[in-house]
Design a protein around this ligand. Structure first.
Ligand code: GLV
Length: 308
């Protein structure tokens, strides 16, 4: 039995060290060295090797090295293969930092004050506490729930929307298309943390923007495919939206010449909201493998019919 890693060498070296110390019974291989392919039961990768069923005939679990699994072509994966997304505290903590930074920046009108500074304008807006700002998080998975908990600690008035119903303390929870308008109508800052699936592709478009209050703003820390770019430009133009902070775009990198680059109301970051942290992820992976060995369900298993 062996564990195969296919990804950046630096993280691989750290993981190899953790596995050697804590799970010496499980050989840790680094792609393209696969040893006896029939021994490989576990693969951690962003992009799995082609023709997986032939390349690794005894593979049981494919671990994504990131939180997302939308990079996988599920139709090309053996149907019985378990697919697991990365759930680890380092990645979650970094995402909470980013969302807190973005929401605080919008709450404290930073895009406006930066524009003012560029034009030599000294003009203050009323200062209001976080409790008067309504933040709505779309997607209440591991990352969305953690971000909501952090936003609550900062004092924001929080709501969450999810495909299936969740109950989070101190968060107004909404579920499904039927409750989308009720979620959006009182949302001053909308944060997208949804998985990208055929159902959520393009969800950040006119239909959603029109249901927000006039002057709302947007944070997208999920995937560029959620956003309909021309609809965002139109919403910023009309004043429906005031500002957008985008960590993700489609395609990435965003092509030169795209209107987002120098839009005065858009802040772009190059997909750095969060990243798998090698040390904490190695420990989380090994915990998951121990669960698997003990016949317990793996944490983060993807329901292929939902796509996340
Ligand atoms: C990054 O986007 C990830 O999926 O971890």
């Amino acid at each position: 039995m062996a564990f195969l890693y296919k990804g950046p060498a630096q993280r691989g070296a750290i993981w190899a060290g953790h596995f050697a110390r804590k799970m010496p019974q499980l050989p840790f291989l680094t792609w393209p060295e696969v040893g006896d392919p029939a021994q490989v039961r576990f693969l951690a990768a962003w992009e799995p090797p082609p023709r997986l069923a032939e390349t690794l005939p005894k593979l049981e679990v494919l671990f994504s090295v990131g939180a997302g699994v939308d990079q996988f072509d599920f139709s090309a994966l053996p149907p019985e293969l378990a697919v697991v997304r990365m759930v680890e505290p380092g990645l979650t903590a970094c995402m909470c930092e980013y969302v807190s930074w973005a929401v605080l920046s919008l709450h404290r009108e930073m895009p406006l004050y930066l524009r003012q500074q560029r034009h030599g304008v000294w003009n203050e807006q009323p200062v209001r506490p976080a409790s008067t700002r309504r933040v709505g998080v779309m997607g209440m998975g591991t990352l969305g729930r953690a971000a909501l908990a952090q936003l609550r600690l900062l004092g924001f008035n929080c709501a969450g929307w999810n495909r299936s119903r969740h109950n989070e303390p101190g968060v107004r929870c909404y579920a499904g298309e039927a409750e989308l308008d009720a979620f959006l109508a009182p949302t001053d800052i909308l944060v997208c943390m949804l998985p990208l699936t055929p159902e959520t592709r393009g969800i950040l478009g006119r239909r959603v923007f029109d249901a927000l209050p006039e002057g709302a703003s947007l944070v997208n820390a999920a995937r560029g495919g959620h956003l309909v770019q021309p609809d965002l430009l139109a919403a910023l133009e009309s004043g429906r939206l005031t500002a957008a902070i985008l960590d993700v775009c489609e395609p990435e990198p965003l092509p030169q010449g795209n209107a987002f680059w120098d839009h005065p109301r858009i802040w772009l970051t190059p997909h750095i909201a969060s990243a798998t942290q090698a040390e904490t992820a190695a420990e989380a992976l090994m915990d998951n493998l121990r669960r698997h060995e003990a016949g317990l369900p793996l944490e983060g298993v993807v329901d292929r019919s939902r796509g996340y």
